[in-house]
Design a protein around this ligand. Sequence first.
Ligand SMILES: [Zn+2]
Length: 252
Amino acid sequence: MKTLRMEEMNWVDIKKAIDDGFKTVVIGVGSTEQHGPHLPTKTDAIIADVLVNLIVQNLKNALQARTIKVGCSDHHLPFSGTISLKKSTLKAIIHDYIESLQKHGFENIIFIPTHGGNFNPLKEAVEEAQEKYPGIKIFGFTDLLGFVEAEDKIAAEFNITKEVAGAHAGEVETSQMLAIAENLVEKKRFQPGYLGVLGEEEIEKLFKNGMPSLTKIGIIGDPTNASKKRGKIYLEKIAEFLTDEIKKHKLA
Ligand SMILES: [Zn+2]
C-alpha cells in the first residue's frame, strides 16, 4: 500500500485493507502547546503522528487514523499559542473516535498519547469504552512513568542524562523535532531549562500551578546538544518500545 494513513486513503482502499486483515487501527493523541522558545506548538502532535506511523509499519496489519492534535494543556496556558481541551472534551473526542472506528470492522483500537496531560483522560475514556464495546479490544498506552523511563533509557545509551533528556522540550523532543521538521526549530534559542528533580511533588506543582512555577521559559531539560541523527534513532526506538507494548497486550 502507498500509505497506511487513512486520511490519505479513500474509502474503497480502506475497506479493502480491513477486509484483507488490517483489523487494528492506531491513533496518536498529541497537543497544541508551548514547547519552549525554540520548538513549535505542534511538537507533540507531529511527534505522535510520526511515531504512530512507524508503529503501524512495524505491526504490518494496522492502519493509522488521523492524529488528535489538541489535548489537555491547561498547565501551559500562561504561554502564548497554547490551546487546551477540557478533560471532558478530550474524553468525548476519544469516545467519538471509537464509536466511528468500531463501525468499520476494526477489532483493535489503540491510542498512543505523546503528551503527559492526555494520559489520565485517555485511561478513563478507554476503560469506559471497553465496557460499552466488549466485542473489540480498546487500548491506550497510559503508563506515563513507563513511557518516561523508556525514553530516558534510550537517551542513556547516548550518555544523555534524564535531566538533560527532559520531560518537555529538552534534548529528546528537540532531537526528534530536528529529525522531523528542522525548519521549524529555532536553534539560536537553544538554552537549558529546568534541570532539577522531577518527582511526584514537582509534577503535582506543575499541574496545579502551571509550567511557570517550574520554568519561566517553558523547558524541562536541555536542548543545547540536540541532534537530528539521534532524533531519528529516538523515534525508531520509542516506536519499537510501543510496538512491543501493543504486542504484549496481544492486540495485533
Ligand atoms: Zn512535548
